[in-house]
Design a protein. Structure first.
Length: 227
């Protein structure tokens, strides 16, 4: 399973990429705003450069399908490792699968985003999306079972040998990460604060503290013995 960082914060992206944990980065307009990446072009180019050749997902910012296509081509021209996030449908319910299909035909990788159901996953795969982002937290908000959506989707994609890989986003706790992994996610995209939380355990810290005390004691005994 791969781990992506769901962030536009340079420090966190570099931190988790340089230690070999992060296999890619995802953003969306809300993430860019939260992390103060107000200039989409400059911000995306910088992240793409730091993490190259790992993929960076950048999302379109329009409801208009023609504009979506133009934007996607422009965003993709910024760096070779940029993947374009296209929603399942625009905010007025117009499906965006034709855009996904066109971009993939042009060699531009697509992350079919804001997926909430197995049905949407099927359509995104048929349209040729390289990645399909299922929103764990938001599926749960509506009373859905995100674990079931993920395991059904992954089984179906693998059975029919689609190239699409499931990215689980909308992660709100470490438990979400672990359950998404158990459900068979190909990739989980994690906000950096939860990666840090995954690394930490109070008993690990206490055990390391005990080792430090004993190492000090052993050192003192060695010094005495050497006299
Ligand atoms: C990732 O690809 C998604 O855009 C992101 O995780 C969505 O998270 P949210 O539901 O917290 O907005």
């Amino acid at each position: 399973m791969e781990i992506f960082v769901d962030s536009a914060d340079p420090e966190e992206i570099i931190r988790w990429t340089t230690c070999g944990i992060a296999d890619g980065v995802t953003t969306n307009p809300s993430v860019m705003l939260k992390d103060k990446a107000y200039d989409l072009e400059d911000g995306s180019k910088a992240i793409a450069r730091w993490i190259h050749p790992r993929p960076l997902s950048v999302e379109v910012t329009t409801n208009d399908l023609d504009e979506m296509l133009d934007q996607s081509r422009r965003f993709a021209s910024w760096a070779p490792n940029i993947v374009i996030k296209i929603p399942q449908e625009n905010q007025f319910g117009v499906p965006c699968y034709g855009i996904m299909n066109q971009l993939e035909k042009e060699g531009i990788r697509v992350n079919a985003t804001v997926a909430m159901s197995f049905g949407q996953v099927m359509l995104s795969a048929k349209a040729g999306a390289s990645y399909i982002s299922i929103f764990w937290g938001r599926v749960g908000d509506e009373g859905g079972n995100p674990s079931q959506v993920i395991s059904d989707s992954v089984k179906w994609l693998e059975h029919w040998k689609y190239k699409s890989r499931v990215v689980v986003g909308s992660i709100r706790s470490v438990a979400d990460v672990l359950q998404a992994a158990t459900a068979g996610a190909h990739i989980v995209t994690i906000p950096p604060q939860f990666i840090a939380k995954m690394a930490d355990h109070k008993y690990t810290r206490a055990t390391v503290a005990q080792f430090m005390v004993d190492a000090q004691k052993a050192l003192e005994k060695m010094t005495l013995a050497a006299r």
